[in-house]
Design a protein around this ligand. Structure first.
Ligand SMILES: [Zn+2]
Length: 127
């Protein structure tokens, strides 16, 4: 499944610098030592609006998923998933190289990185 060309917008530079280097970089509130998804802008715990960027382990477990099939069946099915990172935040992502029949809640996953010819690198998850 083609996700289109990704472009950074200035607010997401640390995230895309990370994916380009095979690193999953997410938001971290240093005073609270809490982790957040890359699109989080503030910490609900302390109200801090200056979240740091820090590297996640890239380990995750499967929360839920859906398998989409192309209309004409020409493309392989795509697995869209919600995963829980080991640090706590949930991410919407795509699974790669998995057998849809083997998917189950809690399945351990690991971040993998795609470097398209055009646009930004991005993350997906594999078993
Ligand atoms: Zn905080």
């Amino acid at each position: 499944m083609d996700i289109g060309v990704l472009r950074r917008d200035g607010r997401t530079d640390p995230f895309f610098d990370g994916t380009a280097a095979d690193r999953l970089v997410i938001r971290h509130c240093e005073p609270c030592d809490r982790w957040f998804a890359p699109d989080e802008t503030g910490c609900p715990e302390c109200g801090g609006e200056d979240l740091a960027w820090a590297e996640s382990s890239g380990r995750a477990s499967l929360v839920t998923w859906t398998v989409t099939h192309s209309r004409d069946g020409a493309e392989p099915p795509a697995c869209l998933a919600l995963v829980e990172l080991a640090e706590g935040p949930w991410l919407h992502t795509r699974l790669d190289g998995v057998d849809p029949a083997s998917l189950r809640e809690g399945l351990p996953l690991r971040a993998a990185f795609v470097h398209p010819d055009e646009g930004e690198s991005y993350v997906l998850f594999r078993q």
